[in-house]
Each structure stands twice: as C-alpha cells, then as structure tokens.
Design a protein around this ligand. Sequence first.
Ligand code: ADP
Ligand code: MG
Length: 235
Amino acid sequence: TGSAEVLLEVRGLAVEFGAVKALSGVELRIHRGEILGLIGPNGAGKSTLVDALTGFLPAHSGTVRLAGRPIDRLTPHRVARLGLRRTFQQDRVPSTMTIGTYAKFVARGRTTTAQLDEVLEYLGCPPRSTPLQIVDAGTRRLIEVAANLAAAPQVLLLDEPAAGLSHDQHLAFANRLRGIPERFGTTLLIIEHDLDLVRSVCSRIAVLDFGEVLAVGDRETVLSDPRVLKAYMGE
Ligand code: ADP
Ligand code: MG
C-alpha cells in the first residue's frame, strides 16, 4: 500500500565481476513489518544482492538506505550494528562450540541469554548448551537464523534458509516465519525456490532475472505475470 513505511531502499544498484554484470539498476523497497520474497533462477544475482546490501561486496554504483540513512560503503559489521543482518546460502556455522557461544558471537553483544533462549525455542532449536557438533544439517540452518534474529535486527535477509531442512522442519519453519515480524519486530526478505513456501509466507514478491528486477509487487500479481513464469519456470 502507498502508506507503508520504506525501511530498506535500494536505488540503481549495480555490481560487476569483471565483465559480468551481476546486478544492474536494481530498485527495491522493503516495507517495515513485511516478509518480502525474492525469487529468480540460479545465477540471477539474488545472493549478490544480499552481499551488496550488507557490505560484503562493494557496489559499482547505486545507493542503499536503511530507515533513510545511507549504508552503502559501510563494512558488514557497521551495517549489522545499524540493524541490517543476513544469513548465508552456504552453511558457515562452526562445529566446535555450543549453540549459545556461536549465537553470542554472531550477535556480538546485541542479545541477552533470555532473548536467545526465546528465539531458539520459537524456531524449534535445541537448548543453548548443545554442542553444534551433534546438531543435524537442517537444525544448523535454523540456528543461524536464530542467532541473527536474537540480535533483534530491523531487517534480516535470509538466503535460502529452508535449503537443507527436513520435510517436518520445512513445514514448522514456514509456520514460524510468518510470526517473526510481529513477535520480534524484524522485517524479513527471504530468498527461496519453493514457491509454495513463498506463497504461504510472503505478501509481496520481487523477481530477479539476469541481475535486474523483472517484477515486484503483490504476491498473486507477480506469480501470475507471464514474464515471471517464463523467466522462472524456463517456459
Ligand atoms: P543467485 O544467488 O541468484 O543464484 P548469484 O548472486 O550467486 O546468483 O550469482 C549472480 C551472478 O554473478 C552469476 O553469474 C555468478 O556466476 C556471478 N558471481 C557471483 N559471485 C561471483 C564472484 N565472486 N566472482 C565472479 N562472479 C560471481
Ligand atoms: Mg544464491
């Protein structure tokens, strides 16, 4: 709706790897309190966008504003401190510590034990004292989300968080995702290939294709757009 507050604003964002234009002219607005789905074929630039928004990759051009404040050119650490966090498509969770030690490291003083326990329980994770070494792959994905959520970011960008979850974990996670903005005050962007999950969780969807935003808007409008079907389904 026109009255929604723009929390994260991306304008004219471009990222190049040598001759490869991974992103060009990306315009995107994430509204406070929403769950925005980001879909698109492999290689479309979804992970690159998350990298560029969070300071992990320098943008060639463009601006990124969080609650009106420019955050491009800042380090990932500074961006996180200002309230924009991300998870990674590839598992980066270590195995050599407990869930609690890992989460406290990730949150860097931005959480409390009580807050962490609440988030772990909410996402169905084992208790804080559990060694990561004995945790299954799907649960490790959830723990990465929990550790970032425990820091109470304004915006959390999730890069394929459901990849590697078991069927039961997938269903439970989808149900829990929906309640995150209201319960924890965190706005979400979710990169996800499972359109059923996207449909059930996201009110708005953005489609990235060849580094450009092909469509963005209301869920049903975007998912029935012929250009989206062509790009995403390869039809
Ligand atoms: P997605 O997450 O949508 O699958 P990516 O953002 O991973 O897509 O990749 C977008 C494009 O950028 C692809 O063509 C990919 O090969 C290229 N790319 C990504 N990271 C690098 C990099 N570090 N160096 C060179 N090319 C890269
Ligand atoms: Mg990716």
